[in-house]
Design a protein around this ligand. Structure first.
Ligand code: NCD
Length: 447
């Protein structure tokens, strides 16, 4: 095992496109005979710390580690761990990652929990789903399956459908599709649209803009008017040319990624009229090459009759969970080498402070930084955009506007769009949401 700094998978952005493609080549090899790799991680132990229900994710991780020759220890319910006694996630992972296990897979109900685990564990941490935030290994399985089916990812027209607000699988998948140059059509169940921070991040990081959709003839799938948005990946140099990208009419869909209504995360809203994939829809011309995808579990959003259609690939996504997760763990444990550049920044890289006083907590109440048990976590933000300043929580991505900018050397604050604010060097800037927050921090108004 190497001596390189540990790598975590908190967000799908923690792997570069080149690394992902290399992992897929390893997954191809593993798939040829899943049973012949039991020397690769012999002696390693994986701990699965799953504080939310799971079937496929946990079992495929465990199966993957056993097939690599390693061992598995597992805590599959919050009620069976010291979290039920009020222990913080940081304390739990500090102990489990190290003497107990060489790699941790964590599933947690709070957004941003995986970053906390990665920060405090001394061994690699893999996000097995954190609240409604991200589910990067599901995305690896989804991308791998789609790539195997279509032979490429760039330029594909992919429809994301259903509960786009609370489905963490959708968020990670959208970031990855944008990065690989696929086009994304969103067809949300009304009221369950893609969250603003996700759209903002797609825009800020990948040059992907949401514009009005032309859903063409997706019979029965578009629910209500204006329910769809069309997103197009652009190259960075095009950003100056386009503020809004031209929607194109979708003549042929490459894939529909369906998701269930995440009822356990809603407060009892009705899901009447939720979109459904039927055998009738599969007959539409626009669907002739479409692959039907779903992270599972399905409730009733795909008719059972659709299962036997060769275009349905959701059970394959689940099956490929084993070789894909074998490749990922072997990589993070240093058992296989990959010749590819890593991303410049990781999700667990330090962000910056946003004023420590009033209102400094993340605005997302589901964020782990707001959980009672983990008050030890300082708020930390990344600057998504400077003009006007938009900062996003380094844990869960929720964004907030900063109206005021202070200078750490002069202890004066100014409105973000003033000449004085613009003169403050980047490294000396501290952001405030309100003047009150700036004053609480000991700053006085600039003259
Ligand atoms: C997903 C999840 O947990 O987010 N399940 C999975 O891991 N395959 C999707 C879901 O629960 O709907």
């Amino acid at each position: 095992m190497g001596t390189a700094p540990k790598r975590d998978l908190v967000s799908i952005d923690d792997l570069s496109c080149a690394e992902i493609m290399e992992l897929f080549r390893h997954a191809d090899q593993f798939r040829e005979d899943l049973r012949s790799w039991s020397d690769l991680c012999r002696g390693s132990i994986m701990a699965t710390l799953f504080l939310e229900p799971s079937t496929r994710t946990r079992l495929s991780f465990e199966s993957a580690m056993l097939r690599l020759g390693g061992g598995v220890v597992t805590a599959a319910e919050a009620s069976s761990t010291s979290q039920a006694k009020g222990e913080s996630l940081a304390d739990t992972v500090r102990v489990v990652g190290g003497a107990y296990a060489d790699i941790l897979v964590v599933r947690h109900p709070c957004d941003g929990a995986a970053r906390v685990a990665a920060q405090y564990a001394s061994v690699p941490v893999i996000n097995g789903g954190d609240g409604v935030h991200e589910h990067p290994t599901q995305t690896l399985c989804d991308l791998y399956t789609l790539w195997r089916e279509k032979g490429e990812l760039e330029g594909l027209d992919v429809v994301l459908c259903g509960d786009l607000r609370f489905s963490r699988t959708i968020h990670s998948f959208a970031y990855a599709l944008a990065r690989f140059g696929a086009n994304i059509v969103t067809i949300p169940y009304p009221g369950f649209e893609m969250p603003k921070p996700v759209l903002e991040r797609l825009d800020a990081e990948f040059g992907v803009s949401a514009v009005a959709a032309s859903v063409g003839d997706l019979p029965g799938l578009a629910v209500g008017d204006n329910s769809a948005a069309y997103l197009t990946a652009s190259r960075p140099h095009q950003l100056a040319l386009f503020t809004r990208l031209t929607p194109h009419h979708v003549e042929r869909i490459d894939a529909i990624y369906m998701t269930r209504a995440q009822r356990e995360r809603h407060s009892g809203q009705s899901t009447e009229g939720y979109p459904r994939i039927s055998t009738e829809l599969m007959k539409a011309d626009v669907m002739r090459d479409a692959r039907i995808m779903h992270p599972l579990p399905r409730t009733d959003e795909i008719e059972y009759e659709v299962d036997s259609d060769p275009r349905s690939i959701y059970f394959r996504q689940a099956e490929f969970g084993v070789p894909v997760r074998m490749a990922l763990m072997a990589y993070l444990l240093g058992a296989i080498e990959i010749e590819a550049e890593s991303p410049e920044q990781f999700a667990s890289s330090p962000g910056r402070r946003f004023g420590a006083g009033v209102g400094a907590l993340c605005p997302n109440e589901r964020c782990i930084t707001n959980s009672e048990a983990v008050r030890y976590l300082p708020a930390e933000f990344r600057i998504r955009r400077e003009d006007p300043p938009v900062l996003s929580c380094a844990y869960c991505g929720a964004s907030r506007r900063a109206e005021w900018i202070g200078c750490v050397t002069s202890r004066r604050y100014h409105r973000w769009d003033s000449g004085d604010a613009r003169k403050i060097k980047a490294e000396n800037r501290v952001y405030f949401e309100s003047e009150e927050q700036a004053r609480v921090e000991g700053y006085s108004v600039g003259r």
